[in-house]
Design a protein around this ligand. Structure first.
Ligand code: XIL
Length: 608
């Protein structure tokens, strides 16, 4: 279980532990650091010198709970080597000195990356030889300065695209594929004892991108390139981790195993778990369940030698910056804004302890509870209110419930006047948006005895459609989505007959065929009619969903409820860069696979 990398840490700990043996109080949980040291794995957090300098409480917490310090920003090229002939070591030096004084390992990030690319090299055309010279000099200088002090270097960061092709970084353009082995060789020459890692995001599970990285590292190993590890970044969103989800722990295990079997170690290098909205206890519990599943997959494998979080306390997370997330309240880490351990920290601790068969800190049922999808308490709805006496149904409850008036018959003609007294719902949760976007969506629904009619009124500058195959990638361009769960079970965790995601492409505006352009899970189960037209501010969609089909019979009656959800997808140029969501229960864009995160549509007798 123990690997060479951590032998020195381990020795130091055995000595100090025996010096104190018998005097340590057992009442409190052990720290992450004590347990990770005993196991011989890295437990780390990333930090920038500017955050570090400003906060002594943070420094204390870092050294107490972690045995590894990752350089979050200071060692990136644009910071440490800002002009051709200036190196700026000040921040890195302070972090390295602190780590050494605190007997922590240093994980240095990163030598080559397309981001934080220095201004003086931007837009340059370098010959292959010149580029190799510039790259080697940087690596030799930076790695050389910290020779013997830095345990791990991320040599190359994020060199692949999602489809497994090489990212066209300047280094790739100037040098070609072998910039990667050349960089590893340069780093190894400068410090033969440093463990050299390749690091990337989106390679956590077995997929096209991780396949490409796997093939690349095998080529490097065959050529005796001194690569020793692969870093899986692990920036994940709440709801994306779990059996059958985007990141299935079984696939993560398989991935760790395959890299291990060719002789590499694997570390989780940048973990955080993002969520939308204000964090609640239910969110923190579910988030802890994500940390638990990832930590379990890591620590049960002899090949996974560490888990590093991308920050120490929530308030310093990079995801609090507007350029990296839309949620100023996001709290993705193990420690809260008051420096207190969160449930996520207990989860990681529990995983470490159990991997060594030591006394756990969470019971089996606590573990099961945080892994399980939180039970969404459907909000107690307020008394229905009509703000305007002419309304055919009460105001919708934002993100929670929509009252659909019946019987109302709508003509699909691209003219919204027959929706006049039907209340509008507003799709307010911005999961994804380009910085200057002002895209909005309002919707309405009503029914007669044949159809559930829906209407979407989208405000958007410039429509993008017709650039993707509708059948498979309709959601990459301008489109609206209406979801229906008519099974009667609003807690369903997966699609089954009676649930449908009806994605309606803006491409219907120009559709001359007789079949509407529709996509989405089980959308073929029902025959939806669509009319879409441009408006002065964007576009308008009207659709009719049949109430009787092979998969459902929906009979509107006062107070009858179906699961209901509304999304908007928007693109500014080609691919989707806007995602708006109506239901407050869908915090991770999961409605396509999980009907339990829908809101509800309540039928309302208009005569009432
Ligand atoms: C981020 C830092 O956390 C931010 O402070 C900085 O402004 C941008 O970079 N993947 C990586 C990291 O490999 O280097 C990034 O760090 C986060 C995503």
């Amino acid at each position: 279980m123990m690997n060479r990398f951590f032998k020195c840490v381990l020795l130091a700990v055995v000595i100090s532990a025996s010096a104190f043996s018998g005097t340590l109080a057992q009442a409190q949980d052990p720290t992450l650091r004590e347990v990770a040291d005993r196991k011989g794995v890295a437990i780390g957090a990333a930090i920038s010198s500017w955050t570090f300098d400003a906060d002594s409480k943070l420094r204390d917490l870092l050294a107490r709970e972690f045995n590894t310090l990752t350089l979050e920003n200071d060692a990136k090229w644009c910071n440490i080597h800002p002009t051709a002939d200036t190196y700026n070591y000040a921040g890195t030096d302070r972090l390295v000195d602190f780590a050494i004084a605190s007997r922590m390992q240093i994980h240095a990030h990163t030598l080559l990356w397309h981001e934080c690319f220095p201004d003086y090299l931007k837009g340059q055309t370098l010959s292959r030889d010149e580029a190799i010279r510039v790259m080697r000099e940087h690596i030799a200088t930076v790695v050389g300065r910290y020779k013997g002090k830095i345990a791990v270097w991320d040599v190359v960061n994020e060199a692949f695209n999602e489809d497994g092709t090489y990212r066209e970084t300047p280094w790739y353009k100037w040098i070609g594929e072998d910039y990667i082995p050349l960089a590893f060789e340069a780093a190894h020459e400068a410090d033969p004892d440093a463990l050299l890692f390749y690091n990337d995001y989106g390679i956590e599970a077995v997929n096209a991108k991780s396949d490409a990285v796997f093939e690349m590292v095998k080529r490097l190993l065959t050529a005796k390139t001194p690569i020793r590890g692969v870093g899986l970044q692990m920036h994940v969103k709440l709801g994306s981790v779990g059996a059958g989800r985007q990141l299935d722990p079984a696939s993560l295990r398989e991935n760790i195993q395959r890299f291990g079997l060719v002789g590499l170690q694997v570390q989780i290098t940048e973990m955080d778990v993002a969520h939308t909205g204000e964090p609640t206890e239910a969110i923190f519990d579910y988030q802890a369940g994500h940390y638990l599943q990832i930590a379990d997959a890591c620590f049960e494998s002899r090949y996974c030698t560490g888990l590093i979080t991308w920050g120490v306390v929530d308030k310093n997370s990079w995801l609090r910056l507007p350029e990296f997330s839309n949620n100023p309240q996001v709290s993705p880490l193990l420690f809260d804004d008051q420096y207190q351990p969160k449930k996520a920290r207990d989860a990681v601790l529990d995983s470490l302890l159990r991997s060594m068969d030591e006394t756990p800190v969470l019971s089996d049922s606590e573990r099961a509870a945080i892994v399980a999808e939180p039970i969404v308490e459907r909000a107690d709805l307020p008394e229905p209110v009509k703000t305007d006496a002419n309304q055919l149904a009460p105001d919708s409850v934002p993100g929670t419930a929509y009252y659909a008036a019946f019987p109302v018959t709508i003509t699909l003609d691209g003219d919204a006047s027959d929706w006049a007294n039907i209340p509008r719902g507003s799709v307010d949760n911005v999961l994804l948006a380009p910085p200057s976007a002002a895209t909005t969506m309002r919707f309405a629904a009503a029914a007669d005895d044949q159809y559930l009619y829906i209407m979407a009124d989208v405000t958007k500058a410039g429509l993008v459609y017709g650039k993707h195959p509708i059948a498979t990638e309709w959601y990459e361009e301008d489109s609206v989505e209406f979801y229906v769960n008519a099974t009667g079970n609003l807690s369903l965790l997966a699609y089954e007959p009676g649930v449908a995601q009806i994605g309606i492409a803006a491409a219907n505006i120009d559709n001359k065929g007789d079949k509407p352009l529709i996509g989405g899970g089980r959308s073929d189960d029902v025959e939806v009619k669509v009319v879409a037209v441009r408006t002065s501010e964007g576009y308008l969609v009207e659709a009719a969903i049949p109430l009787k089909s092979d998969v459902w019979t929906i009979t509107p009656k006062a107070g009858g409820i179906i699961g209901f959800q509304v999304h908007l997808n928007g693109a500014s140029t080609v691919d989707r860069d806007t995602k708006l969501i109506w239901s407050i229960y869908d915090t991770a864009d999961n409605s396509w696979q999980d009907p339990s995160v829908f809101g509800q549509l309540i039928f309302w007798d208009k005569a009432r």
